[in-house]
Design a protein around this ligand. Structure first.
Ligand SMILES: Nc1ncnc2c1ncn2[C@@H]1O[C@H](COP(=O)(O)OP(=O)(O)OP(=O)(O)O)[C@@H](O)[C@H]1O
Ligand SMILES: [Mg+2]
Length: 369
């Protein structure tokens, strides 16, 4: 069990490339923190610095308040499961789980007891005498996790552990890992580039881009209060629509000029933003989530946009509608499939001002309440 803190941590590789910039991030004891971001954003580098597999160029890494920058990986007692986990094929499941304890010269009776305890927790007990070759992908994954957990580590690190599994098994395993973490209460740092995995598994999610931490927050906060357009569009699927528009005072509250049409915002944004009135006069990026597009019949007066359908995708009860507004801004809407729309059709979509996101031209969100 451990608290972990990165304080102003930088990583510059020997070739001069800076992979992590001034990282400040505290992970609480027992927390499940997910690091997410596109390929190359520095997730693995950060995890490897935590494990002690990669030197920290500057800044401090603290575990339980102690600086561990120069501590050898072994003495940090941190367990790590990688994307490709190599089990020993000639050893049984039990042999695999016991191996790290045998290496550490733990007494034989204790080895057996600890291995059995972890095997039970991961529901591997019936498989203890099998060889890895006779296990499914998910079962092998669990053995790899058991082998990592048996050492009773202070923290458990996982780098895209599910990326080699098929889609169905991934969904099943992500629930299992999350449940297991709750049972053991071991501080866990989990890396993925899949935002759905991040949002469903993490107590908190840290979003990275180009080596910079963008925001670390609960999944709900990230979704409702993204600090910038990157986080706004990275979290959620399909991505938030970002539409450049002018915000002007007008009517009762603000007016938005979007693709040549005027939308009355009224006072709808005041519940979420500290000072939406301060946005008057700005050219801003307005975020509209596909699932927040409203059936135009339900939209209020002055809260409709018009466009032409380019493409629709039917997904059971829903349809994904891609449409071009009058200035050819492409917008994606997730609508009920009751009234199927078709390419070429002229349609109206409704906007609920209370659900819009507002970003300044530089991409940073207006201050939230
Ligand atoms: N040994 C190295 N020397 C120089 N640059 C490196 C080295 N290892 C990684 N990098 C670079 O550092 C950046 C971050 O790499 P990292 O592996 O941490 O990314 P990542 O977020 O884990 O990406 P992915 O999702 O693809 O695994 C990348 O641009 C990568 O090319
Ligand atoms: Mg990686």
């Amino acid at each position: 069990m451990a608290d972990i803190a990165f304080r102003g941590v930088n990583k510059i590789y020997p070739n001069g490339f800076q992979a992590v910039h001034n990282l400040d991030l505290a992970i609480k004891d027992g927390e499940f923190l997910v690091m997410v971001g596109p390929s190359g954003c520095g997730k693995s580098t950060t995890l490897r610095m935590l494990a002690g597999l990669e030197a920290i160029s500057s800044g401090d890494l603290l575990i339980d308040g102690k600086r561990v920058n120069d501590l050898h990986p072994r003495t940090r007692n941190i367990a790590m499961v990688f994307q490709s986990y190599a089990l020993y094929p000639h050893k049984t499941v039990q042999g695999n789980i016991e191996f790290p304890l045998r290496m550490a010269k733990v007494p034989a009776a204790e080895v057996k007891a600890r291995a059995l305890k972890v095997a039970r927790m991961l529901e591997l007990e019936p498989l203890l005498q099998r060889k890895p070759g006779l296990l499914s992908g998910g079962q092998r994954q669990r053995v790899a996790m058991a082998r990592a957990l048996v050492r009773d580590p202070v923290a458990f690190l996982m780098d895209e552990p599910l990326s080699n599994l098929d889609a169905k098994l991934r969904v099943q395993m992500r629930a299992e890992i999350a449940a297991l973490q709750r049972r053991t209460g071991t501080t866990t740092v989990y890396v993925t580039h899949d935002q759905v995995e991040a949002m469903t598994m993490g107590d908190r999610v840290a979003v990275f881009k180009d080596g910079h931490l963008q925001q670390a927050d609960t999944p709900q906060q990230l979704f409702e209060r993204p600090l910038n357009t990157f986080v706004g569009s990275f979290i959620g699927s399909p991505s938030m629509n970002l539409i450049t528009s002018r915000i002007e005072p007008g009517g009762d509250g603000l007016t938005l000029t979007l693709a040549g049409e005027r939308i009355a915002l009224g006072r709808g944004l005041e519940a979420r933003f500290e000072d939406p009135g301060g946005a008057a006069g700005l050219v801003a990026q307005v975020g509209l989530r596909p699932e927040d597009v409203v059936d135009p019949h339900l939209a209020g007066e002055g809260q409709r946009l018009h466009g032409r359908v380019v493409l629709t995708e039917l997904l059971g009860r829903e349809q994904m509608v891609y449409l071009d507004l009058h200035d050819s801004t492409r917008v994606v809407a997730r609508l009920h499939a009751d009234h199927r729309l078709h390419a070429g059709e002229e349609v109206a979509i409704g906007i609920d001002p209370a659900r819009l996101y507002l970003f300044r031209a530089d991409g940073n969100a207006l201050s939230y309440r």
